[in-house]
Ligand binder design. Structure first.
Ligand SMILES: NC(=O)C1=CN([C@@H]2O[C@H](COP(=O)(O)OP(=O)(O)OC[C@H]3O[C@@H](n4cnc5c(N)ncnc54)[C@H](OP(=O)(O)O)[C@@H]3O)[C@@H](O)[C@H]2O)[C@@H](O)CC1
Ligand SMILES: [K+]
Length: 480
């Protein structure tokens, strides 16, 4: 798992290290790593033009020491102090000793820069760029220079990934010790560019439980169910899919398509589209309803294209097996029916549905996704998968890390893709995964399938995403 830690945790780990090391040792390590990435980006350091945007804190110090290292290798380095009188004194002295200078005209040096180092704010920044920094940041972005953010793009909130004002979009972010939540969560993540992690020796002093974790191929491979010699379809799990309506029969087909490729031994479809489902997927067991009379299942997925069938949602939530609720099911559910449950529940809203469940505006969820997913999970006592530009998965117990899906792709923003995800995650629940792991594996495989389907760079449909799921399993298993 890739992990991210909150500022408070990073600061206490740093304090522990600083106490054992000579003064400035950590900053020098950070700056050396930063200078190495800048040199790599420049290709030829000698004769290159570098501008340092320097704020009032240690983030500016990092930029100054890295600038000094580049100046020693022959780069022309200019510092632009944005908090004059509060510029890191030792860092500035090191830059001047190395032949760097303070810029007389920041806009002139920015116009001809090859590389700009953004050291305005790091983990100490709050509330977007300040007015003085905005024209300078815009000039940097408007130049042809590569922009390298120090630790974080300046102007983002480190712990939440929110962007409360203007921020400076980077091409590359060089972060120290460990990722911060803003580097994994939109909207901040989209401003970080490529993220490079510099080891400053922090790992051994960090707590074992991070704020966020983001799975990679081998993590997902370890979660996927594997049939054993004794497996029959019931032991592998039967997933009940309650989806589709006279108005939205397609949702039933897409949810079943996802469920058939999620590792359960059988898919039992319940609803008004039974005929269409069997015609397309003859391996499906079907039942016209109601869910309670459908026969044995190990998990339910309810909601895609369901229309107004409130009773079906209520009945499924009254069952003693894990339940996934999506789409119309989220609109129809009664909060008490969820909080009273003893078996686990997984809710899979997009930002609009999450906003309705929380009683806030959609923009509020989109701008503060981490807070929204945690609040929903706590309020409903359920695992929540919040879909979107960054898909997040939270447990009701706030001490458990929120998982961030790294596989999302804009290609998934296509009609019916959520229906495929519901079926897939429901199937993984029926196969015995916890809601947390089922949601994690489903989001990952779904994103990977979309990437595989869109490999030629052409638009894809949700049916194609479902068809690419076996290739996604294969890909994950091959590496895991
Ligand atoms: N600790 C360590 O050992 C190591 C730390 N390292 C580095 O230190 C960084 C953290 O340094 P930090 O704590 O000095 O805070 P930092 O991010 O530089 O900015 C805070 C300053 O900016 C100001 N300010 C606040 N908001 C602002 C805004 N919106 N716009 C403009 N200004 C704003 C605020 O002052 P204020 O004006 O509010 O009084 C404050 O003085 C970290 O990210 C990493 O790069 C590495 O070297 C590794 C070792
Ligand atoms: K920065």
């Amino acid at each position: 798992m890739r992990t991210a830690y909150r500022v408070e945790t990073v600061r206490s780990a740093e304090a522990e290290l600083i106490a054992r090391l000579p003064e400035d040792a950590l900053m020098r390590r950070a700056a050396a790593g930063l200078a190495a990435v800048c040199a790599e980006l420049l290709g030829r350091v000698y004769g290159s033009r570098v501008v340092l945007l320097v704020g009032a804190g240690a983030n500016g110090g990092d930029a100054l020491y890295a600038g000094a290292a580049l100046a020693r290798r022959g780069a022309g380095v200019h510092a632009v102090p944005l908090a004059p009188g509060r510029t890191h004194p030792a860092g500035l002295a090191a830059l001047i000793r190395a032949g760097g200078r303070v810029a007389e005209d920041p806009f002139a040096v920015l116009a001809s820069a090859d590389l700009v180092v953004d050291g305005i704010t790091g983990i100490g920044g709050r509330g977007g760029l300040r007015p003085d920094a905005i024209p300078v940041a815009r000039a940097a972005r408007g130049s042809n220079a590569v922009i390298v953010a120090v630790d974080l793009p300046s102007g983002v909130e480190a712990d939440s990934g929110e962007v409360l004002g203007e921020a400076l979009r980077a091409d590359v972010t060089v972060t120290f010790g460990v990722h911060k939540p803003a580097l994994l969560i939109d909207p901040a993540r989209a401003l970080a560019g490529t993220v490079r992690l510099v080891d400053i020796g922090l790992e051994p002093v960090l707590p074992s439980v991070p704020e966020l974790e983001s799975p990679q191929h081998h993590d997902v491979a370890a979660l996927l169910p594997e049939p054993s010699g004794e497996s029959d379809k019931y032991r592998r799990g039967v997933v009940g899919v309650v989806a589709g309506s006279a108005r939205y029969p397609g949702a039933a087909l897409l949810a079943v398509a996802g469920a058939l490729r999620g590792g359960a031994g059988a898919v039992r479809y319940v609803g008004h589209a039974a005929e269409a489902v069997v015609a397309r997927f003859p391996e499906t067991l079907v039942h016209a309803g109601p869910p309670a009379k459908a026969g044995r299942v190990q998990a339910w997925a309810v909601g895609p294209g369901l229309g107004e069938d409130r009773d079906a949602v209520r009945e499924v939530l009254a069952s003693g097996v894990p339940v996934l609720v999506d789409a119309d099911g989220l609109r129809l559910l009664d909060a008490g029916d969820v909080t009273r449950r003893t078996a686990p529940t997984l809710l899979t809203p997009h930002a609009g549905e999450a906003a309705a469940l929380l009683g806030v505006a959609r923009e509020e969820v989109e701008s503060a996704r981490l807070a929204a997913v945690r609040e929903l999970a706590a309020r409903y006592g359920a695992t929540v998968l919040l879909k979107g530009s960054t898909t997040l998965i939270a447990e009701p117990d706030g001490r458990i890390p929120v998982r961030v899906d790294p596989m999302g792709t804009p290609w998934l923003a296509t009609a019916g893709s959520g229906d495929v995800l519901s079926g897939l995650a429901g199937s993984l629940l029926a196969a015995g995964l916890s809601p947390y792991d089922a949601a994690t594996a489903a989001a990952y495989l779904h994103g990977l399938a979309a990437r595989i389907a869109a490999a030629e760079g052409v638009p894809i449909t949700s049916s194609e995403v479902a068809r690419a799921l076996p290739a996604a399993w294969h890909d994950v298993r091959a590496v895991g």
